[in-house]
Structures are given as C-alpha cells and as structure tokens.
Write a protein that binds this ligand. Structure first.
Ligand code: MOS
Length: 743
C-alpha cells in the first residue's frame, strides 16, 4: 500500500495494546540465556570449527609474502586462508574498502588471513605463527587536525546526493559582518567506536550449493543482496539469519570480514566455521565514527534574533567513504534569513569511517548547541529563551518546506519546568559545594524520521494464533514487542496470541534497524499486512472490512461474531503486504527533544559527575513507553560518553587507533550518571504513517552531549570546545574559579 499522507482514524487509535507499557516479549529468553546470538548456535550447525582473523600490522603498503607453513603445522589447524590467494572481495553498498583479498594493504588491521582450527585456542595460537613480509608505504595521511587545510568541499551525499557543495540561503557573509553580536568558534569531536557489546560474529555453513549464515547484522534487507553480490552467488543461494543481535549502533549496517571469511573458510574445510572479531580488530578493521572539526558562526541582533548562521564541518575518511553529515541539523534549526552549511573531507588512510549512533546530528549538535550557549551568554539571555525566540515551524534552510508535527518549543518549556531550570545560576562558576562546582545546561535535540518501505507476512494459524514474519532485526531495541503489539491491535487478539519471527532473509523485506527508522516503518508495514488480512477474513464472511471489528479473537459484525480460528479451521491463512511512502518535498519529518543536564565538577581534580539528566521528546505516537524510554535512556548515556570519555586516539605515525579495546576506550556506564528521566509529549503524527509514530532511539543521543558540555561550562566558567571534555582540558583553569571559594 502506498501511504497517502494522512492516516485519518484507524484501528491503532484504539490503543488497547499499542501505546501500552508492555515489557519486552523476548525478555525472558534473553535473561535466561536461551536467545541465541550469531556465535552461540552449538547444535545447529554441529561440528563447527573456529576461525581467527589475522590483521595487517601496517596501515598502508603491500604484502610481499605470507608464509602459512608454521601455522599449518600447529595442533588442530585445518587450514589457513591467505589474502594472496583470493581475489579482492568488495564490501557491498555500505563500505568502500574491500573486505578481503589481494596484496594491497589499505588500512591497519585489514584482514589478511584466517586460521581455521578445531578449537578457538588452537586457531588463535596458530595465528601468531603466520609469517608476513610487508613493504610499507610512507605517504599515508593519518592526522586530521594537522591537515584540515587540505580538506576538500564535498556534497552531503547522505541527505542530498545531488545537492550543492555549499548550501546557502540569503547572504551569510554580509549578514554576519553586520550582526551586532557574533560567535565564531571551532569545535572538535574525536574518532569514536560503536562499542556494542556483541562483536561482529558469524557462523557459516554450506548446505550443498547454498550458503547459510548466522550473522550479527542490523540490515538483513541489505545483506541479502550485498552478500551474494560480493561472493558472486545467486541471491537464492544465500540464507541469512539474525534473530538476536547484541547491539550494532551502525557498525553492523553493512557486512564485514567475519561473514566473508566464515563463508570462504567453511568452503575450504567443508565444515561450518565460526568467526568472531576480537575487539582490537573491531576497532581498526571495521568502521568507526569519523572525527570532525567544525567552524560555527552565529550572528544575532541584541534581542537574540538570529540573522546569520554558518556551519562548516570537516571530517576525515577514506576516499568515497561515507560523509559525516554534521551539518544536517543546522539546516533544520533556528529561523535566520542568511545561512550556509557545508562539509569538507580530508582523504586519509585510517580505517574506514561510517555511520555510528546518529551520524551527523550527534556530532553536529555537539558544535551548534554549544555555540548557541555561547551566544546566549554573550547576549545575557537565558539559553532556553534564546532557542524559543528562534524557533521555526518551517525548515529554515528551505522556507517552503514545513515540518510535520513539531513541538520543539513545548519540549523546551516542559523540560525547563520539570528540571527546575529557574534554579540555574546564569553566571558560570558560582555554585560551590564542598569543593565541587555545579552547573546546568540545555541543548536542543533533533533527528530526522526517515521513511522506508517495509513488508510483512501474517499467518492466521488453525489454532487462531497470529504469526508475523519479516526480516526486521531486534538489535536490543524492542522490535519484537512493538511488532507484536501492532499485530495484536490490528487483529483484535491479545499480545500473548501473537508470535513474531524476525531476522531471516527468507522472510519479506522490512525496514531493518538503522537511523532510528526501524520502529516507525516496520510497524507501518505490519499494519498494512494486517489490514490486508482483515480484508481477506472479512471477505470470507461475505463482508467488507469496514463493516466488521476485530475484538477478543473474533470478527464482529452487528450481532454476528465469528472466532478467528473458525475461519482458519481448514488450514492456515497467509497474507503478505507492505507499505511504501510517496515522496513529498513540501514536508520534512523530524523528531525533537529538549535535553537538560546538571553536573558537578571537582574544583581540585577536574573530574566531572553527571548528577541529573532529562530529555523531553516529541516523537509522534509512543508505541511502547517502556521500550521507547529505554531507547532514549541509552542514547543519553551515549551522549555522556561523547561529552566526557569516548575517544579513539590516533597514532599519527603508525596510522592506527591505539586504545583499541574496552580497557582503553571508555564508555559511560551506570555509575557515571546519577539520575535520568525521559518525558514523551506523545502527539501522534498523522502525516507520518498509519502508526503515527516516528523514530525514537537516536534522538536520545542527539543534543545530550552538548547539554552536558554546557552544564560543565556553567559549573566551571571554563569553555572546552574539544571533546571529550576530559579533566586535563580544564584543570589548569579551574583555580581561577576555585579561588573565589578557597578557605
Ligand atoms: Mo545507525 S548509526 O544508522 O545504526
């Protein structure tokens, strides 16, 4: 079904199951360990052996020789697959660098071999006996900060494939020059690693000429074409399964070397092969979030009315690698008649950067929303008030385009009230308690809601149970639960009467999990498939769908009611359908948040503690307040990570990420944040889909880091514009503040 742009009233509006705080239906099998992740299948397939991937020790050059003799002689070793014996295998649509094959080394820890042995330990042991001779090339570029001037303008190929290189409206330079109050600052964000808990992992087994893989991947509907293509197999000869995924955060949008090498290895030894990437390989072999250097300029009048906005963001990546679209939100926020946004790329030879946890807005807001805080201070206007004064219900960069449901101002007002924002001292560095400086910060969150087709198959069993099948993934988000809620609501059955089967490439193509487009689109697809089923069942009674209701496992028409299972008495009834969306260039769909944070910074050590966080979110209909809240909480934690700790440090001489494990790469954890709260405004958006629900996961992250950064400044009076805000960056300046309070 093609969505016509206005959902009207429909069965979901009853909200008997949808919208209810239902605990995740896969919770029990997850906490009891019976949900099987990619690497964990022990019985199917039986007889699996283990692969250990060997990564390149140089960042750029050529492999002169790769001697596997010693490794092959080690106990239990069955085979060694060498890159020199395999033609280059591309990475599919989502990565530019090849995943395996050939003698050319393009980045540190590129996969160059895999040892296969009877046990994991034997494979790992033998991997150290693979002798490799390299010829290092010395012209690699590994330093973004020292080479910003060599970056070249590039289009925002994620949001505007054919768009301009510099996206302008009005005359920024003239308006900025004339503005009585100006901010012109540089903000930097580092390379970051997704750091999902479950590594990239695959078990591959050949069944005749069919390749069966259990793999950890967010987007089965992409992998099901990418994997056959790069392995030169027909699509119907590749079967992908991913029923459970332990986090992805963008790292698993595409396929990586684990699945390629597992497939090659299984062919080679004629047994199933298990491959999990060790953490150092995850960080240097797969993808990461590119670092950015942003220049933000804001020009306003004395009343805080913005008239000029410029955001130019430079990022580093391999040639043709994905852009880090950090200026997306600057097109969408704050009414100002004169504006420009642009991206610049430094081509470098570090591993390939790609999408990570809200690519674009997450990093872009870390710059823009701190610049807004700086402007508020320069104007002596409250930062919440400054944002309200510049609110816009149309897309500022494209004034003819309006937002569908947009309640950003209400998010800010409600947040200010709930957070007790009036307690904030507008003069920084003045709230002192026992050696700790306290402060409060605010930032706007915005993240697009992207529309994508999604299909599902509905089965009505002879027992009256409803089964939903599609290739959607649940990456820890709650997909199983909201899909079951949708089907239960549509078919008029209890959620316990619905079975949801996901993550299988033999099922209909669905939205998949990425870019916070999963929930809104996949449930819309399930809605349409259920609507077809309703029509089919009604017609079996000689009725039209509009003449019946579905309640308590029955179809009801006037005084006549028929049990669903009666209709399927002679055999299961199956229905498959899906949703597509028209392109409407007059509207823009986004989700909005007001993020608030309160922190304490130790005046003597510089250590930051996050005391309270609040996100007030406008995401359309909330399908399930428990799973939606968990999504936002997780995003906020990642915001704290970005503000305070997350950074992959580059060795600019050897060309690699040094802190390539979870000992050296820190993420925020429970103990780092004392209190978090989430409020949903819950305004269903009829222009989005029949579900009236938009994305939610990534919004929790977008803006959260800037709120923390602004709170730190309010606490200390020291502005750090280089993330993460680790203690050494403000430590030396803290005494200036602290001496006001020293006893
Ligand atoms: Mo997301 S970074 O599109 O998984």
């Amino acid at each position: 079904m093609k969505f016509h742009g206005d959902a009207g009233t429909n069965p979901i509006d009853k909200e008997t199951v949808v919208g209810k705080p239902i605990h995740r239906i896969d919770g029990l099998i997850k906490v009891t360990g019976s949900a099987t992740y990619a690497y964990e299948h022990r019985d199917i397939p039986p007889d699996a052996v283990y692969g250990w991937v060997v990564g390149s020790e140089i960042p750029k050059g050529t492999i002169k020789s790769l001697d596997k003799a010693k490794a092959l002689a080690m106990p239990g070793v069955l085979a060694v697959i060498s890159t020199l014996e395999v033609d280059t295998i591309a990475g599919g649509q989502w990565t530019q660098l090849p995943l395996f094959g050939g003698s050319h080394v393009r980045h540190y820890q590129q996969a160059i071999a895999m040892v296969i042995a009877e046990t994991f330990e034997q494979a790992r042991d033998a991997a150290f006996q693979v002798d490799v001779e390299y010829e290092l090339e010395f012209d690699g570029v590994y330093d973004l900060h020292g080479n910003v001037a060599s970056a070249v303008p590039v289009p925002d190929s994620i949001n505007f494939p054919d768009g301009p290189i510099l996206d302008t409206l009005g005359d920024f330079e003239k308006a900025f020059a004339a503005a009585p109050v100006k901010i012109d600052q540089q903000y930097t964000t580092p390379y970051q690693s997704h750091s999902m808990m479950e590594p990239h992992a695959t078990i591959a087994a050949w069944q005749g000429d069919t390749l069966l893989v259990w793999t950890s991947n967010q987007m089965i509907n992409w992998a099901r074409t990418d994997l056959p293509e790069v392995l030169s197999l027909p699509e119907d000869k590749v079967h992908i399964r991913a029923p459970f995924i332990g986090g992805g955060f963008g790292a698993k949008l595409g396929i990586h070397c684990d699945v390629i090498l597992a497939a090659l290895g299984a062919k080679e030894v004629n047994r199933p092969v298990k491959v999990a990437l060790q953490r150092p390989l995850i960080m240097n072999n797969t993808v990461h979030r590119p670092a950015t250097v942003a220049r933000v300029r804001l020009g306003s009048d004395e009343n805080g009315k913005l008239n000029a906005i410029s955001h130019i963001s430079t990022f580093g990546n391999v040639r043709k690698g994905m852009v880090e679209p950090s200026t997306s939100q600057t097109r969408l926020l704050y009414a100002a008649a004169n504006r420009e946004v642009g991206l610049r790329q430094l081509y470098h030879d570090l591993p390939e950067g790609s999408a990570m946890r809200a690519p674009g807005e997450a990093t872009g807001l870390m710059a823009l929303e701190v610049a807004m805080d700086e402007l508020a201070e320069a104007l002596q206007i409250d930062p919440v008030e400054l944002r309200l004064r510049n609110a816009s219900s149309t897309v500022p960069q494209e004034p003819d385009v309006r937002f569908t449901a947009c309640h950003l101002s209400e998010c800010l007002r409600k947040g200010a009230e709930e957070f007790d924002w009036k307690r904030r001292n507008s003069r920084p560095g003045e709230v002192w308690q026992d050696g700790w400086l306290s402060g409060m910060g605010v930032a706007v969150g915005i993240r697009d809601h992207q529309l994508t087709p999604s299909n599902a198959r509905i089965r009505l069993g002879v027992d009256g149970r409803i089964t939903v099948e599609c290739d959607m993934t649940d990456i820890g988000t709650g997909s199983y639960t909201i899909i079951a809620q949708t089907a239960a609501e549509m078919m008029g059955v209890g959620i316990e009467d619905v079975t949801v089967s996901l993550g299988d490439s033999t099922f209909p193509k669905s939205a998949g999990s990425g870019g916070q487009w999963g929930a809104g689109n996949v449930t819309a697809g399930v809605y349409v498939a259920c609507a077809s089923m309703r029509q089919l069942l009604a017609s079996k009674l000689g009725l039209n769908e509009s003449e019946v209701t579905f309640e308590n496992g029955k179809i009801i028409s006037g005084s006549r009611s028929t049990e669903l299972k009666e209709l399927a008495a002679e055999g299961e009834i199956v229905c498959e359908d899906g949703i597509e969306f028209p392109e409407d260039k007059t509207i823009h769909q986004s989700t909005f948040a007001g993020h608030f944070a309160e922190v304490a910074v130790n005046a003597y050590t510089g250590e930051t503690r996050v005391k309270r966080m609040l996100a007030v979110c406008d995401v359309g209909r909330v399908l399930n307040p428990i799973t939606a809240r968990s999504q936002v909480l997780g995003g906020m934690v990642m915001g704290v990570g970005g503000a305070l700790v997350e950074e992959m440090a580059v060795d600019p001489n050897r060309g690699f990420f040094v802190n390539h494990d979870l000992g050296g790469y820190e993420v925020a954890v429970n103990a780092d944040i004392q209190e978090q709260e989430v409020i949903f405004l819950n305004y269903p958006d009829s222009e989005t889909s029949p579900m009236k629900a938009k994305g939610v996961g990534e919004l929790g992250l977008c803006g959260a880091a800037a709120a923390v950064a602004n709170a730190i400044y309010n606490a200390t009076g020291v502005r750090v514009r280089d993330y993460p805000i680790t203690l050494e960056k403000h430590l030396l300046d803290l005494p200036k503040t602290a001496r006001n309070f020293a006893h």
